[in-house]
Design a protein around this ligand. Structure first.
Ligand SMILES: [Zn+2]
Length: 221
């Protein structure tokens, strides 16, 4: 049976450690003070390591592609106001080079034109060809954008991937979890189009990553 460890209680700098881990509400000198304290106090070091593990895990979860279950749930919670659907993008093959252009096809929409009973989790995404990219699209009455959630079987991150639709001027740039948006349009209008996916050059993920900032703050100096 596990007992409470007395060593995990009672350091007066407890809150400081957590603030340091969350990277909030600390002035430069407080941050420095917390870093020095961490080097000296085993209790807070243990706590920091514990929090560090949680944030690492959380960060990994947040950067994973959004699951179909989550999107189905979002749809279910606000079923009348939410329109969502699935668009599959198939690469247009060109001889000898990796294609950037894709042909789109709408597999289903719910509460768009025609009321379909399908859910995203009804589709076996693993059966899609490996080079296809799926767009899970969603919008609701409170939102004037079309939200896009990418899925692909052979990518871990969508960071910096850019989407352009051939006959539209707007572009969407995706984060690592494959989330972005376009100005509001019908999901059906994403079908039978030629679209382009290309990698953007600047990779800013490491510097924008809060967890990376915390670690570099701790290990600085
Ligand atoms: Zn301490």
């Amino acid at each position: 049976m596990k007992t409470n460890e007395p060593t995990l209680q009672g350091c007066p700098y407890d809150n400081l450690t957590e603030s340091l881990c969350l990277d909030i509400n600390l002035s430069k000198s407080e941050k420095r003070k917390a870093q020095i304290h961490l080097q000296q106090c085993a209790i807070c070091r243990d706590k920091f390591e514990e929090l560090e593990a949680i944030y690492t895990h959380l960060n990994e979860e947040l950067s994973k592609p959004v699951s179909n279950k989550v999107l189905d749930l979002a749809k279910k919670i606000r079923s009348k106001d939410t329109v969502y659907g699935l668009v599959v993008c198939e690469p247009v093959k060109k001889e000898g080079e990796k294609s950037l252009s894709y042909k789109t096809k709408v597999l289903f929409t719910a509460n768009g034109t025609g009321n379909n009973k399908s859910k995203l989790s009804d589709f076996d995404f693993k059966k899609l060809p490996q080079d296809n990219i799926a767009i899970r699209a969603m919008t609701d009455k409170a939102c004037d954008k079309l939200l896009l959630y990418l899925w692909s079987s052979n990518r871990y991150s969508f960071e910096g991937l850019e989407l352009k639709i051939s006959d539209k001027s707007q572009r969407a740039v995706f984060n690592s979890a494959g989330v972005s948006h376009l100005p509001l349009m019908k999901i059906e209008d994403l079908g039978d189009k030629v679209i382009y996916f290309k990698e953007k050059q600047n990779n800013v993920s490491a510097s924008e990553n809060r967890f990376a900032n915390i670690i570099s703050a701790i290990s600085a100096e």
